[in-house]
Design a protein around this ligand. Structure first.
Ligand code: GUN
Length: 281
């Protein structure tokens, strides 16, 4: 079997085109322009690139965006003041604090200051709690993108055995919760899992989100599985995932490339979450 490619770039483009239409309709009917605020503190190169991409994506679909680029020496109190101001700003429906933040700043305190209804990253404990309860719709963007990619195969998720590798609060855990909501049987593997290959061999759906290149090898994958690679590691200036693509594409039914798989979907879901937050007001 040669796996079909789950083209996240193409799919994200379609989602953005649809959103652009919906944004125009929202403006025509209610005069509302969805707005996203992006806050970047420090000079992390990757974060600068991500923030630029997010701003461009907003502009490309007619979404308002406002960005704050702060030095790595910014005081936590200043960051909290900016968030308070954005929480009150009627033009802003979503607030994104680009992570990682400088070491002197407590990420939790800052993320938790965002009003849950403007928390389009889905990181706030209220939104995490809602996700755990199978309620609400502001879930983290990468997991939402992963679910969309799996659904786009046309293969029913309900009743399938899904194995998620990684238990981060941003990707692994919420992906597990969303798969459970879709009635998959979910196993979450992590660094203390004794025999990863044994777990993967049972999986109809594999989602890997740890950042260890070459972790998922062909011999570990069940014939016909869907394999989603959400690993992001930069090696020799190139973005590489967790999956050995050359080996796994011969066994899986569907596979995401890196880059061009999960990454573009994350931005599309960020825009969709911001649109949803605007609709609620
Ligand atoms: N840094 C890396 N990924 C993310 C993300 O999804 N959201 C935010 N805010 N920062 C990130």
């Amino acid at each position: 079997m040669t796996a079909k490619v789950l083209d996240g770039k193409k799919f994200a483009k379609e989602i953005k085109e649809n959103l652009a239409k919906e944004i125009k309709e929202l403006y025509d009917s209610k005069g509302i322009v969805p707005g996203l605020a992006v806050v970047l503190a420090g000079d992390d190169d990757a974060s600068q690139v991500y923030v630029d991409m997010k701003e461009k994506a907003c502009a490309s679909i007619g979404m308002y965006s406002k960005s704050f680029r702060l030095p790595s020496t910014v005081a936590q109190s200043e960051l909290l003041d900016i968030i308070d101001q954005l929480n009150r700003d009627d033009k802003i429906h979503g607030i994104l604090i680009q992570l990682p933040l400088p070491e002197a700043i407590d990420e939790k305190v800052v993320s938790n200051r965002i009003h849950p209804e403007k928390d389009i990253d889905g990181f706030h404990p209220i939104n995490n709690g809602r996700l755990l309860l199978g309620e609400g719709d502001l879930a983290p963007c990468t997991p939402l993108g992963i679910i969309e990619l799996i659904k786009s195969t046309g293969i029913e998720i309900s009743g399938k055995h899904a194995v998620v590798i990684g238990r981060s609060n941003i990707v692994g855990k919420p992906t597990g919760m969303l798969l459970l909501k879709e009635n998959a049987t979910v196993t979450i593997c992590h660094s203390k899992t004794k025999d990863l290959a044994l777990q993967l061999k049972e999986a109809d759906i594999i989602v890997s989100a740890v950042g260890i290149p070459n972790l998922v090898r062909g011999y570990m994958v069940k014939e016909g599985a869907i394999v989603i690679d959400a690993g992001t590691r930069v090696v020799d200036n190139k973005l590489v995932g967790d999956v050995n693509y050359t080996e796994v594409e011969k066994i899986a039914s569907w596979i995401t490339p890196v880059p061009g798989g999960v990454g573009p979907m994350t931005i599309a879901m960020l825009l969709r979450n911001t649109f949803k937050a605007a609709l609620k007001r």
